[in-house]
Write a protein that binds this ligand. Structure first.
Ligand code: SF4
Length: 378
């Protein structure tokens, strides 16, 4: 059944369109695509009739799991077995996009449902989405929209605040904390490093107010105050504006390990090897870390992650750890960008972020590798 639903989206989603055959890193390559049960059964019925399209291209994964019931097999260069020589999907060409699995139909869109409202954003593993998200130079805006949504639908997370006891600050003040932190990063004043310090400062304050059993209305008015103060006033609240970065030796050794990691996709390894070959020396690396010319890229990355991961509900049981998990990607990408010798490297860093996310989001082994290594970098 298809229904018209209201959706809350970042504005860039209104312009997103798959660029299909001209895509430099099609989503049909580099990972095995999950096939939901309904789609698998539909394809299975056609195996005899459409032998050349379907035979030997699907594998059962977990018959207990409706969304991850089967997966596509890959052929040479890790490409989906359904991708033809014109870089088009055989299933879509023959049967139309309605016939695609839920993952293929919706990718790179990610849906959450929060208190009955659909929220849609896009993952950075798609090159076209990555460009739209990261190249925004103005405010990162959100808008309301309408969309036809079918029930064959892969929702990442459903959150209903009424179902939860307000026993944790993230449940009690989810909306308020998320929008206050997004507002800090969206401010057109101040440097990104100051916004990071300020957001940590407020999150620490909120944690201690919660731990000290402050009244709800007191925390509520504190959160309202976060939105009302102007940036200059807010930044003056921070006495110790310390800003971290990843040390030169550590980022080099991380990239070497990444280059040897069997779970990293080929494009990511190529990018890493190019960087290692012509990298900056330590002096230039440290100078470049101070350069804020491309900080809008990281600001967009941070806001997109806050929105998509439903921060502060992003499952770390501590609102500061949850924020730090989002920020650690910023430190990583800023360090990688500071190794580039060129002064104009906007496209390179966007490509690096995109290929990184392709492994990070679609390969469990790579995800484990990253989680293990990143803690040693920070
Ligand atoms: S990665 Fe994005 S732009 Fe490329 S084919 Fe897939 S959806 Fe389209």
């Amino acid at each position: 059944m298809i229904e018209n639903k209201e959706v809350f989206i970042p504005k860039y989603m209104k312009s997103f369109k798959c660029i299909g055959p001209i895509c430099e890193d099609t989503c049909c390559a580099g990972w095995s695509i999950p096939i939901d049960r309904e789609t698998y059964l539909k394809y299975n019925q056609l195996i005899e009739k459409e032998n050349n399209i379907f035979k030997g291209k699907l594998e059962l994964v977990n018959v207990e799991n409706n969304m991850n019931y089967a997966r596509t097999l890959t052929k040479e260069k890790d490409k989906c077995a359904f991708l033809n020589e014109d870089k088009l999907c055989d299933i879509q060409c023959k049967y139309g996009e309605e016939f695609l699995s839920s993952t293929c139909y919706h990718y790179p869109r990610v849906y959450n449902i929060v208190d009955g409202i659909y929220e849609k954003s896009a993952t950075l593993s798609c090159p076209e989405a990555a460009r739209l998200i990261l190249l925004q130079k103005e405010e990162f805006e959100f808008v309301e929209d309408e969309e036809e949504i079918s029930d064959n639908f892969n929702v990442k997370r459903i959150y209903d605040s009424l179902e939860y006891e307000t026993d944790s600050i993230e449940n009690a003040f989810f909306w308020e904390i998320r929008s206050a932190i997004i507002n800090i990063f969206n401010s057109d004043k101040g440097k990104l490093s100051e916004k990071i310090s300020l957001s940590r400062f407020y999150i620490n304050k909120l944690k201690s107010k919660w731990d000290n059993n402050n009244h709800y209305d007191e925390i509520e008015s504190f959160l309202e105050g976060m939105n009302d103060l102007d940036f200059k006033n807010q930044i003056s609240l921070i006495s110790n504006n310390t800003h971290k970065h990843i040390e030169y030796e550590k980022i080099i050794s991380f990239l070497r390990e990444l280059s040897d990691c069997s779970a990293a996709n080929l494009r990511l390894k190529e990018k890493v090897n190019e960087i290692l070959k012509v990298k900056n020396d330590i002096q230039n690396y440290e100078n470049k870390l101070k350069d804020s010319e491309y900080d809008y890229i990281y600001k967009n990355l941070i806001i997109n992650s806050i929105f998509m991961s439903l921060y502060p509900l992003n499952s770390y049981d501590d609102i500061l750890i949850g924020l730090n998990k989002i920020l650690e990607k910023y430190y990583l990408f800023k360090a990688v960008a500071s190794l580039y010798r060129e002064s104009k490297f906007e496209n390179e860093i966007i490509e690096f972020i995109q290929v990184f996310y392709k492994s990070y989001e679609h390969n469990v082994e790579f995800n484990k590798f990253y989680e293990e290594k990143i803690s040693k970098l920070m």
